[in-house]
Write a protein that binds this ligand. Structure first.
Ligand code: NAD
Ligand code: AHE
Ligand code: ZN
Ligand code: ZN
Length: 380
């Protein structure tokens, strides 16, 4: 197949909540590009959010999907980091690693994973040269998404977006580390860098929130509040280390007041994993007086804004946020896979649903909507 366009099946987002299974053509990879055979895809809430038209950067028609385990099919000119047959996790936060990139390179690059090298074109649904590698059966352009577009049997990504991982790790588990679970762990370990013995509160118990709980538990947090409107999520939260499970519907006062009441001064570290601005406010306002830190992980719809009384910050709370948990894709994601393989990081519990074939993408979306699902994994 190398050197030739590939015809394959993909789930194409044609418009708002309109996903069609179609044959698409995937062009050969250009310079510094890699064509991937997608083996496994986990569905993240952000895919559904963009499909539902809430993403200001959302484009149609496009191929969504950004949590995947893949095998390199062929590489374009100048690619040295990966070769055909390598197992990779595509990362929507790339890592150019060039010495002149102040975001990648120490000393300042130590603080962030937000390499901007291809972010401009990525947000416009195209490869770094400004064009797409996908066409439909009529030869019309289909746009890329988050530099990944993994709801397709084949995709093309930039080489700086490819984290080369162990050949022996199962690709379905690898796909979880392409976004949600890695993000939750990184929010706790990198972004807020939570301390052992401290307290944490996690709002929203999807895979992202549960991974925050797991990360806090592994760091030795003494008390972990788990908050969700769906009590079915509490069992897994407890299994991962939550000490107090709260459903805001069970109280007649705002949940932040409930939590402050249970702790005197609030919680050391809090996390929004819902994407709702009122929840982000609640998370900030139950952070500890004097030093509490609150991390926004959830993605809010176009036009939404956060608010709180400035007094909340004046009295020592800090508002933070994270993209992909602060992980630098190529240099750090492979070590998460190693942690899994060595048994130090448990991940199997996130895969609650499994489907087969690109058609399974629709079933996966229904599963995530049902509220019973943490991650639905579709294998090709
Ligand atoms: P999910 O849909 O699986 O889980 C969200 C959970 O929040 C659900 O359990 C839901 O019941 C709960 N929830 C909804 N409203 C609530 C409320 N008012 N109070 C308490 N709980 C509430 O989603 P996910 O895949 O775990 O993703 C979570 C969020 O993180 C999404 O907004 C997603 O877009 C975002 N995300 C961000 C990053 C990042 O890098 N910043 C990465 C991955 C996902
Ligand atoms: N495109 C949206 C924002 C979407 C967003 O915030 N994405 C998160 C990742 S969600 C993963 O599931 C992120 O990391 N953003 C950083 C980036 O560079 O995209 C908008 O509001 O325009
Ligand atoms: Zn860079
Ligand atoms: Zn995601």
């Amino acid at each position: 197949t190398a050197g030739q366009p590939i015809k394959c099946k993909a789930a194409v987002a044609r418009g708002v909540n309109d996903l069609k299974i179609e044959e698409v053509t995937v062009a050969v990879p250009g310079p510094r590009e890699v064509r991937l055979k997608v083996k496994s895809n986990a569905l993240c809430h952000t895919d559904i959010y963009t499909l539902s038209g809430q993403d200001p950067e959302g484009l149609f028609p496009s191929i969504l999907g950004h949590e995947a385990g893949c095998i390199v099919e062929s590489v374009g000119e100048g690619v040295t980091g990966v070769k055909p047959g390598d197992h990779v996790i595509p990362c929507y936060t790339p890592q150019c690693g060039e010495p002149e990139c102040i975001f990648c390179f120490p000393p300042r690059g130590k603080r962030t994973n937000l390499c901007p090298k291809i972010r401009g074109t990525q947000g416009k649904g195209v490869m770094p040269d400004g064009t797409s590698r996908f066409t439909d059966s009529e030869g019309k352009t289909i746009w890329h998404f988050m530099g990944c577009s993994t709801f397709s049997e084949y995709t093309v990504v930039a080489d700086i977006s490819c984290a080369k991982v162990s050949q022996t790790a199962p690709l379905d588990v690898c796909s979880l580390l392409g976004c949600g679970v890695a993000t939750g762990l990184g929010a706790a370990w990198n972004t807020l860098d939570v301390e052992g013995g401290s307290s944490a509160a996690v709002f929203g118990l999807g895979a992202v929130g549960l991974a925050v709980i797991q990360g806090c538990q592994m760091r030795g947090c003494a008390r972990i509040f788990a908050i969700d409107m769906n009590p079915k999520k509490f069992e897994c939260a407890k299994m991962l280390g939550a000490t107090d499970c709260l459903n805001p519907k069970d109280f007649d006062k705002p949940i932040q007041q409930v939590i402050v009441g249970m702790t005197t001064w609030g919680v050391d570290y809090t996390f929004d994993c819902t994407g709702h601005c009122e929840v982000m406010r609640a998370a900030l306002e139950c952070a500890h007086r004097g030093w509490g830190e609150s991390c926004i992980i959830g993605v809010a719809a176009a036009g939404k804004e956060i608010s709180t009384r400035p007094f909340q910050l004046v009295t020592g709370r800090r508002w933070a946020g994270t993209a992909f948990g602060g992980w630098k894709g190529r240099s750090e994601v492979p070590s998460l896979v190693q942690m899994y393989e060595s048994g130090r990081l448990k991940l199997d519990h996130y895969i609650t649903h499994k489907f087969k074939g690109v058609e399974g993408t629709k079933e996966a979306i229904e599963a995530l909507h049902s509220g019973d699902c943490l991650r639905a994994v579709v294998t090709y």
